[in-house]
Write a protein that binds this ligand. Sequence first.
Ligand SMILES: [Fe+2]
Length: 308
Amino acid sequence: MGIKIQDVAYVRFGAPDLDSMEAFLAEFGMARCQRFNGRLYMRGLDEDPYLHVTHQGEPGFLAAGLEAASIEDLETLAREESVSIDSLDGPGGGFVVKLTDPNGFHIEVIAGRTRVSSIELTPRLPGNDAYGTPRLNAVKRVARGPSHVKRLGHCVLNVKNFRESEAWYKSRFGLITSDEINLGSPEQAFGAFLRCDRGNIPSDHHTLFLLGTGNPGFNHAAYEVADFDDLMCGHDWLKEKGRHHEWGVGRHVLGSQIFDYWRDPWGHTLEHWTDGDLLDAAWGSHRATIQEALRSQWGPPPPSTMGS
Ligand SMILES: [Fe+2]
């Protein structure tokens, strides 16, 4: 039963002003792929035609898109869920199976989007540090400007009942627990970082993070940037532009990534991250404490507003 999704593809939001959203996302490090019929599609460096979609309208989180391995997998899912396969409306076309999770979140499982040409980064010089000094007779200069968003890495959802949502997502999409957060015993699970089962092909430590807050809502979506310098350049850029900084810069414990969280003009939280864990299916599943989930290896503690 179910299929094995390969990654998260995009998040959809509503916003009343596409100009303002595009200006923010450009400063965040994405580029316009297309804008038409009241919809804005933004891309990153990779070949995905879009990673972020905005529909002109009331502000809010509308849907998350998950990438299936094939059209055949979409057919399997559609048959098991007794729903149709629709054309995916957006650059690159493709197909979609639309589902609604136990919290009322709209989940779009997609396949068959036509890829676009990737955008090349300028080559990076190696770093000199205590572990080695490979950069000789070459000066390092980092260009000021926005971060370079490569891809969407994960989406975090606050859910009504963690076990109910966990079962819903795992049974349909083959997700594996990387770290389950316990408040003392397995019966008191508060949430889990879930990764894609791609066999021996490593996946991000988490593609979906479900948090059993009891109050369903979008928590954040997280975009991978080029590297640590790139994340810090983007931090300065967004700060200079007067954008709303939420939390960071720091290094998480679970997932290990260096993070920096920002809010869009309507308060949706988007994360920049780099240097996260990549784990294959054999890495298995682990348990962690709420302290490990919230604590950073370095960096400031989370603000009370984080995740709401
Ligand atoms: Fe995150």
